[in-house]
Design a protein around this ligand. Structure first.
Ligand code: HEC
Length: 396
């Protein structure tokens, strides 16, 4: 018994390092946003129409738009914090750049899927007390570890287990999945991403009654496997990205009342079926991915609305400016006329000097206002002539 326990503890401590690798929003990311961004993107201020102080604010701003987990560098947030400080779009606006470690942390968090707690960090555990289960038989854990799984206690001394095959040298398959029935009550978190699990081999998953998180992304399973998940009443997170799940498979998930996150990136599932499931399950967020044509269409339509509004706004301002310019120009002409009317005398002396033979050339030379003379002679033509150059200037 002793050596087994020691081995187990060793396994747990080594695995902890890997588990800690996962960026924690509340502990590592939120404090950066609160310190550097929230005074302009917070509860009271929403510059650029976005709030970054809370998960709800970030979700409202649009995770795909500002974070874009599929291509973090194309998300507005990362794109702006890595700009040179003198760029107009650089964030935090007017402040010092974030430290490189902070930027790296944010990038990593986004790459890992930009996960955030639903509401307050405590909300999840408050709403759902953890199940009270007996410890798993040590031999069962030992067998799992021997098969390449990493088995972690949920927290120190907890009988609840997180099991992942993600770091195994050899890909896990149905044989490994079958071992889970011996720890069925204890497994709360299971990662079978990229494993070789099959539809029939996924039957043991039905016994994991306390399971809350399940990764099945990038596996060969399809709708048939989902039938085995229909009874997992505690499931809150299910990742089916890159599988062959279709609309029919989603039928099996309709009864999962606690499901909050469902990832369906790059699956044949239709937008309508995904939204129908989302609408039918309170609190569920179905994620079809940034690249899904319908999602992209909606995002672009939303952006189009914003851009069009901005254009209309600018057009209005432009029209206003033009009206102001026209009225100023009209007044300008009037004043010039009035001034000319008040200055009949300077012209008489001009005529009093008949000694000079070229009065036509002399006048503009003397009086400098070359424009004034034609103004007297052809007032109708003068106005447009004056206005045209005035219009051309702003265009330059
Ligand atoms: C001093 C105020 C200020 C601070 C601090 C600030 N921002 Fe901004 N932010 C703005 C303003 C103003 C805009 C809107 C103008 C623009 O788009 O550049 C904006 C826009 C943005 C946008 C684009 C929103 C959109 O709809 O396209 C993002 C993303 C952003 N900020 C992220 C951040 C991040 C991240 C931080 C903290 C590291 C931060 N900002 C700190 C003022 C600020």
């Amino acid at each position: 018994m002793r050596p087994v326990l020691v081995l187990l503890l060793l396994a747990i401590t080594t695995n902890l390092a890997i588990a800690e690798d996962k960026v924690n929003f509340s502990e590592q990311i939120q404090p950066i946003f609160l310190e550097h961004c929230a005074k302009c993107h917070g509860e009271r201020n929403a510059k650029g129409d976005i709030r970054l102080h809370s998960p709800a604010g970030i979700r409202e701003a649009g995770i795909d738009y500002i974070l874009n987990p599929a291509k973090p560098e194309e998300g507005e947030l990362l794109a702006r914090i890595i700009l040179p400080v003198d760029d107009d779009l650089f964030m935090p606006k007017g402040g010092d750049p974030l430290a490189q470690e902070q930027i790296d942390l944010i990038r990593k968090w986004i790459e890992q899927g930009a996960e955030m707690p639903e509401n307050s960090p405590a909300a999840e555990s408050e709403e759902d007390p953890l199940p009270d289960v007996p410890p798993a038989p040590p031999e069962a854990i030992e067998k799992l570890v021997a098969s390449g799984a990493q088995v972690l206690a949920l927290y120190q001394d907890s009988p609840l287990l997180r099991v992942t095959f993600a770091y195994s040298d050899k890909k896990a398959g149905d044989e490994e999945v079958a071992l889970l029935t011996e720890v069925a009550k204890q497994v709360i978190w299971l990662n079978l991403a990229q494993s070789e699990i099959t539809n029939t081999g996924s039957a043991p998953l039905a016994t994991l009654e306390n399971l809350t998180h399940l990764h099945l992304e990038l596996t060969a399973i399809n709708d048939e496997a989902l039938a085995h998940l229909a009874g997992l009443q505690n499931l809150a997170y299910l990742n089916l990205y890159g599988t062959q799940i279709t609309d029919a498979g989603l039928e099996h998930l309709k009864g999962l009342k606690k499901l909050k996150k469902l990832y369906l990136w790059q699956t044949p599932v239709s937008y309508e079926a995904a939204m129908a499931l989302q609408d039918g399950t309170e609190g569920l967020e179905v994620n079809l991915g940034w690249n899904h044509p319908e999602v992209a269409k909606r995002r672009l339509n939303k952006e189009l609305e914003r851009v069009t509004a901005r254009k209309e706004d600018a057009t209005k301002r432009e029209e206003q400016a033009k009206a102001e310019k026209d009225s100023a120009a009209t007044r300008e002409t009037e004043i010039q006329k009035e001034l000319e009317a008040l200055n009949p005398k300077p012209e008489e002396p001009a005529e009093e000097k008949p000694a000079e033979e070229k009065p036509a050339e002399e006048k503009p030379a003397e009086e400098k206002p070359a424009e004034e003379k034609p103004a007297e002679e052809k007032p109708a033509e003068e106005k447009p002539a004056e206005e045209k150059p005035a219009e051309e200037k702003p265009a330059e």
